[in-house]
Design a protein around this ligand. Structure first.
Ligand code: IVH
Length: 692
């Protein structure tokens, strides 16, 4: 279809509008790539602008299409190939969230329980404002700044050294004595005052207006030309570290002092607290200062002060057990609900999405929000035409909170939730104990296959550069990619790709190279990428850790189809996998089509065996059972330590158990271990061996 006539958009059906959007967005994306990464624009500026404005007009007519990843919403250039990759020696982690005082209380209680610290003893906590900027890792060797990187996916970021060198808060050399290798981490931000000035200049120059200081900081840091970055008065607060060749402090508070001696900025309103009351008072205090600070913050981060305690507490999944982010309440706004659309997810879930009159909430324009599920619509009694309160917190999808009943117009109408899939027409059903209605179309539902593909290439899965949600959607629509394995067969379609609007030799070859680069994948990422219901990153890791190789995992899964057999019991024995997760997993691998996908992928890929952390440890790959009372460490600490050493912790003793740690009161498990002739040790022996 032609998109030349912007006035005709109103008359499009939503499906046609969606198709047009996908096509135009893909073209703009390709033009951006050609312009920013390849320095080789394929269209004139005027043509680009015209296309851009048509997309804006289309989104005006169908605001639900104005998603965050639309080219109309993008922040500056996002060079995909421009920066070199940097592996973080120590991963850059994220933080768990606390939303109210109770969550904070529980966080402190968990720490005490884990470390077995009584109420009479103080656990010091450092509270720091959570800066809403971009985290970076700065590497110093011999006291000299050698490399700076973005967080990226936490394991691998981009080398933005040249841009970081333009920031005054980042010292070129560390004053005083610093360890030979020191990686300092912190948040780069653009002060609010500078943001306002920048947008003013941008407007005068007819350049892009940034939505908020964070986006402006991101756009500034990702410039290929560091002289542009130099014109943006970026700043940085240091708050954490990566690799260190020697200890620099024994507490977070001491660390902040050390980095400030070296020439970094430490945040001046951070405080050392000694109780829950002090922590909560600090939160209120920082909340009151929030508006008058010259930088955006979105909460307060609490960190256990003593570093030896941090070490003992360790990590769960990708976040430290010793820190948490206490978020500020969501920002709210009032707007009109123009309609409700249904989005079909990867697992067939039907999610109602509110189409809103665009409104600014916390610095971001919101035009759609989630209504969760049909019960929520009924419970909140939300009707089309209502004036509604919406809220958004951080990166979370905006939500509809409630309608304002006094403002309900007489023509407001209730919404009838569909009982068939709006995409493929299959029946949509609800399980008795489920809130979600799901499309039963499975493979024939194109919405499900697209969503599965989007997940497959997403950041924590295959993470293929240049193959994001937009391109994969466009490729799927044009039959280039129907299933996951087709991604790795795209090279066969090189000619067809070259014929696509906006694609040239260079961009196609870049894409194919990026795909090739991902033929090697770790088992946990691979399992996660499959998009099996309930199998998130943490569970995928558990499976990878337990089974080791893709072959072993698949064999175990097919054996576990026998619910009376040992393999099924072994699966359930994995700490963290219950019957419901196991059933979703087994249902997935039972399906012929999915087995075919697995076969195809195995043939196309090199799936690396799971590497147990600390593979040199005596416990690596061993299965340990803890039983009875542990007196010197809590069960959770023992389990975490075993896992750090590369062991699996199981809840029951079987012939697969390698070691039993039995405390006083150990009963049937210790007896079974004796019967099976499995080595059994006491807690002291466990501590001695695990510290060795
Ligand atoms: S500490 C292992 N401290 O929040 C702990 N993070 O949600 C590492 N952030 O990626 C993070 N202010 O970008 C820490 N004072 C602060 C922070 C902070 C902002 C960001 C950081 C991190 C994210 C985690």
């Amino acid at each position: 279809m032609s998109h030349d006539d912007t006035t005709s958009f109103e008359s499009l059906s939503e499906a046609d509008a969606r198709a047009a959007h996908t096509e135009m967005a893909a073209a703009l994306h390709a033009h951006n790539e050609a312009y920013y990464q390849d320095d080789a624009p394929v269209v004139s500026d005027a043509e680009y602008d015209a296309l851009f404005h048509r997309l804006v007009a289309l989104e005006d007519a169908f605001p639900i299409l104005r998603t965050e990843d639309s080219p109309t919403q993008r922040v500056g250039a996002a060079p995909a190939h421009g920066f070199a990759k940097v592996q973080h020696a120590i991963p850059m982690l994220s933080l768990g969230n606390a939303f109210d005082d109770e969550d904070v209380g529980e966080f402190l209680t968990r720490i005490r329980r884990f470390l077995s610290i009584g109420e009479d003893e103080t656990v010091e906590i450092v509270g720091e404002p959570k800066i809403d900027g971009l985290s970076v890792s700065l590497r110093y060797e011999g006291g000299v700044f050698v490399r700076g990187a973005t967080r990226g996916d936490g394991a691998e970021g981009e080398d933005i050294t040249a841009n970081l060198r333009t920031i005054g808060d980042i010292p070129e050399t560390l004053a005083g004595d610093a360890p030979d290798i020191a990686e300092i981490r912190g948040e780069v931000y653009l002060p609010k005052s500078a943001f306002n000035e920048l947008n003013q200049t941008q407007e005068e120059n007819g350049a892009k207006i940034f939505a908020n200081p964070r986006n402006a900081a991101a756009g500034s840091l990702r410039q290929m030309d560091s002289s542009i970055t130099a014109q943006r008065p970026l700043r940085m607060f240091a708050y954490s570290w990566g690799e260190l060749s020697a200890d620099v402090a024994d507490s977070q508070w001491g660390f902040l002092q050390r980095v400030s001696d070296w020439g970094f900025q430490k945040n001046p309103i951070s405080r050392l607290c000694r109780s829950l009351e002090e922590v909560l008072a600090l939160y209120r205090d920082i909340g009151e200062q929030r508006a008058s600070l010259d930088y955006d913050i979105d909460g307060v981060v609490y960190k256990v002060n003593q570093i030896d305690l941090q070490r003992r507490l360790g990590f769960v999944s990708r976040a430290p057990r010793w820190a948490i982010a206490h978020k500020f309440p969501a920002e709210q706004a009032t707007t009109t609900l123009n309609g409700i659309d249904i989005q079909v997810g990867r697992t067939g879930s039907l999610t109602p999405v509110a189409r809103l009159e665009p409104v600014t909430v916390g610095g971001v324009v919101v035009s759609n929000a989630t209504l969760h599920n049909e019960d929520e619509i009924a419970r909140k009694d939300v009707r089309i035409g209502d004036t509604v309160i919406i809220q958004r917190a951080g990166d979370v999808i905006p939500q509809v909170v409630r309608p304002i009943l006094e403002k309900r117009p007489s023509e407001a109408r209730t919404y009838t939730f569909p009982t068939s899939c709006p995409v493929c027409g299959s029946e949509a059903v609800r399980d008795v104990d489920e809130a979600v209605r799901r499309c039963t179309g499975g493979l024939i539902c194109s919405a499900q296959s697209v969503e599965r593909l989007k997940h497959f290439v997403s950041r924590n899965a295959f993470d293929i550069e240049g193959l994001g949600a937009k391109n994969i959607t466009a490729f799927h629509a044009d039959d280039l990619v129907n299933g996951p394995a087709d991604v790795f067969r795209l090279a066969e379609k090189r000619e067809t790709l070259l014929e696509r609007e906006g694609w040239g030799e260079q961009s196609v070859d870049n894409l194919l190279a990026a795909i090739d680069e991902r033929r090697n994948i770790e088992l946990d990422r691979f399992i996660y990428a499959l998009g099996i219901r309930q199998i998130g990153q943490a569970t995928a890791r558990l499976l990878a850790r337990t089974y080791g190789t893709v072959e072993a995992w698949r064999t175990a899964m097919s054996e576990a189809q026998d619910r009376d057999g040992e393999a099924y019991q072994d699966l359930l024995n994995i700490d963290g996998i219950g019957v419901s997760v196991a059933e979703d997993l087994l249902a997935f691998v039972h399906e012929d089509h999915n087995r075919q996908v697995l076969d195809d992928l195995e043939a196309l890929l090199d799936i690396a065996a799971f590497e147990a952390p600390q593979s040199d440890s005596a416990f690596s790959g061993k299965t340990i059972v803890f039983t009875g009372t542990l007196e010197k460490m809590t069960r959770s600490e023992a389990k975490a330590r075993a896992e750090t050493l590369g062991a699996k912790v199981s809840g029951s003793v079987s012939s697969k158990t390698d070691l039993v740690v039995a405390g006083p009161g150990a009963g049937s498990k210790a007896k079974k271990a004796a019967e099976l002739d499995i080595e059994t040790i006491d807690e002291d022996e466990w501590i001695a061996r695990s510290e060795a």
